[in-house]
Design a protein around this ligand. Structure first.
Ligand SMILES: Nc1nc2c(c(=O)[nH]1)N[C@H]1C(S)=C(S)[C@@H](COP(=O)(O)O)O[C@H]1N2
Ligand SMILES: [Mo]
Length: 426
């Protein structure tokens, strides 16, 4: 066996962060790391069973040996309307960039409608040469485009600016604080194709998009964005979109506030200006410390989150670990993610996992040699437009403590001497 070069074990920042190039070097069982407490065991495998395995499944499900990864939600305030609210993605149990469809978060203003695709229609009208009505069947014959994109509710992570507004319950974790973010591969028809077919009147500068749920949830979207990269989606991660995520049709407005990704899409009206729906006036605006609010703030700003370790997914004793997390930006690609193990006193660059796609989740990884002493883990992402995540203090100085939308400040996980992680405000 040829000897591989020893991995670079130079500390990259305080409190045990190692060089990200560690991944390019030898495995952890190498002598250099066993002293750092890597978890390799002596060579021994259990004997295999000669009994034949189980037969086939019509639809697969996770291993029975895994603790189930499940979406969680806060019980409804009004039991008569259990469909109003949101369920959240369990980030600490997932890896990579794609959220399994069954764990994509769900946010509904009036529950999930049961829509028969044979009866459903999408109308395009308003300032167009020729109004059009599409069946789902007709749309599925158009040229399709696929892209990987995150959907994030504008209210995600609101806890970090409104810690007292949260209901009592278990200590906050990656799921409860940041679970209104998921990332899928979406497939559908470019909205520009359909708008070109309808013929855009030069007086049109915005579109109004409306859902078929009883909330009639609706938003105004600039025409330029509708033409740039907005998709009318039929598929999510290869399957028809799940009912809770907008079956049979949903709008994907990449990088823009989750609310604008209208589910159960039934109507697009071309209009001269924004129509001021309830969801773009009282809601989904960015409240400032002054009491004024920014309206029509669309792209979700650069953000990141360490998912392992995180609350409920702690450390099992001192030694080597790989810190793993997600970074994303509604303005484009992730450029860098830095990690700190000493509460922001020193930072080291994390390794970014390919592919690094615009407006999609990018996985980052960082080797860490935990000494067993308390630590505060943070990640700080920057995107290709030069935007960097603010500290929580900087964000609150600008916004105050009453806003709950577009919260993208740095998250801090405190690690105690038992290896347990908890949200901390530093
Ligand atoms: N028709 C309709 N579209 C909707 C909503 C809704 O309640 N009704 N919720 C919006 C909100 S607030 C968000 S964050 C996203 C959530 O998408 P998801 O449920 O697929 O995660 O859908 C948006 N689209
Ligand atoms: Mo949302």
């Amino acid at each position: 066996m040829s000897k591989r070069p020893a991995p670079p074990l130079e500390p990259a920042a305080g409190n045990g962060l190692l060089d990200r190039r560690l991944f390019l070097g030898a495995g952890l069982a190498g002598a250099a790391l066993s002293s750092a407490g890597a978890a390799a065991e002596p060579l021994a495998v259990p004997p295999w069973s000669l009994a034949p395995g189980a037969p086939f499944n019509a639809y697969g499900s996770p291993s029975k040996f895994e603790a189930p990864a499940v979406r969680k939600w806060v019980p409804p305030i009004n039991p008569a309307t259990p469909g109003i609210g949101a369920s959240r993605t369990p980030h600490a149990m997932l890896e990579g960039m794609i959220t399994p469809s069954g764990l994509h978060f769900e946010r509904s203003h009036a529950g999930v409608p049961a829509i028969d695709p044979a009866q459903h229609r999408l109308a395009i009208h308003g300032l167009v040469r020729q109004p059009l009505v599409f069946t789902v069947e007709a749309l599925s014959r158009y040229p399709m485009t696929s892209r990987i994109a995150f959907v994030e509710c504008g209210g995600n992570s609101g806890f970090l600016s409104q810690p007292l507004a949260q209901p009592p319950g278990p200590p906050p974790d990656a799921q409860s604080i940041h679970g209104l973010l998921s990332c899928s591969e979406w497939t559908g028809v470019k909205l520009s194709t359909l708008l070109d077919e309808a013929g855009i009147d030069p007086r049109a500068h915005w579109i109004y998009a409306e859902g078929a749920d009883s909330a009639g949830m609706s938003r105004s979207i600039p025409l330029a964005k509708a033409m740039e990269d907005t998709l009318v989606c039929l598929y999510q991660n290869g399957e028809r979109i799940r009912p809770e995520n907008g079956y049979p049709l949903r709008l994907l407005v990449p990088g823009y506030s989750g609310n604008m990704n209208v589910k159960w899409l039934r109507r697009i009206k071309l209009v001269a200006g924004p129509v001021m729906t309830k969801d773009e006036t009282s809601k989904y605006t960015v409240l400032l410390a002054s009491g004024k609010a920014w309206q029509f703030v669309f792209p979700l700003e650069v953000k990141s989150l360490i998912t392992r370790p995180s609350p409920g997914a702690g450390l099992k004793g001192p030694g080597y670990y790989e810190i793993s997390g997600m970074a994303w930006s509604g303005n484009g690609r992730i450029k860098t993610v830095e990690v700190s193990a000493d509460g922001g006193a020193s930072w080291a660059p994390a390794a970014l996992a390919e592919p690094i796609l615009p407006k999609a989740v990018t996985r980052f990884r960082m080797p860490w040699n935990w000494s067993g002493a308390p630590a505060v883990l943070q990640s700080r992402a920057a995107d290709e437009t030069g935007m960097v995540q603010p500290s929580r203090a900087a964000m609150l100085a600008e916004r105050g403590m009453r806003g709950q939308y577009h919260v993208n400040c740095i998250q801090s996980w405190g690690i105690n001497d038992k290896g347990e992680a908890a949200n901390v405000f530093v």
